[in-house]
Structure formats: structure tokens, C-alpha cells
Write a new protein. Structure first.
Length: 47
């Protein structure tokens, strides 16, 4: 769970940087990755 939180926060920081720099494709990919980690965290907490 700690690993997932770490990956999620790193990806969130990257997404913010991409958004600020105007790199939309990279920003959307980072959002998809954040969503994937969020789903994994929910699955881990439910089990």
C-alpha cells in the first residue's frame, strides 16, 4: 500500500508539471496512470 501511495503522489506531481507546461498528451497519460493507481489502492483496502 505504501508503494502505491508513493507511485500515486509521484504521478500526481508529474501531472501537475505537465499541466503547467502545457503538455496535454503527457498530462492525460499521467491522469490515466493516477486513475490506475487509485483503483489498485481501493482494491487493496477492500481486501
Amino acid at each position: 500500500m505504501i508503494e502505491l501511495k508513493k507511485h500515486y503522489s509521484i504521478t500526481k506531481k508529474k501531472a501537475n508539471l505537465f499541466m503547467k507546461s502545457g503538455n496535454l498528451n503527457a498530462y492525460l497519460e499521467a491522469l490515466k496512470e493516477m486513475h490506475r493507481y487509485k483503483k489498485l489502492m481501493v482494491a487493496v483496502t477492500n481486501n
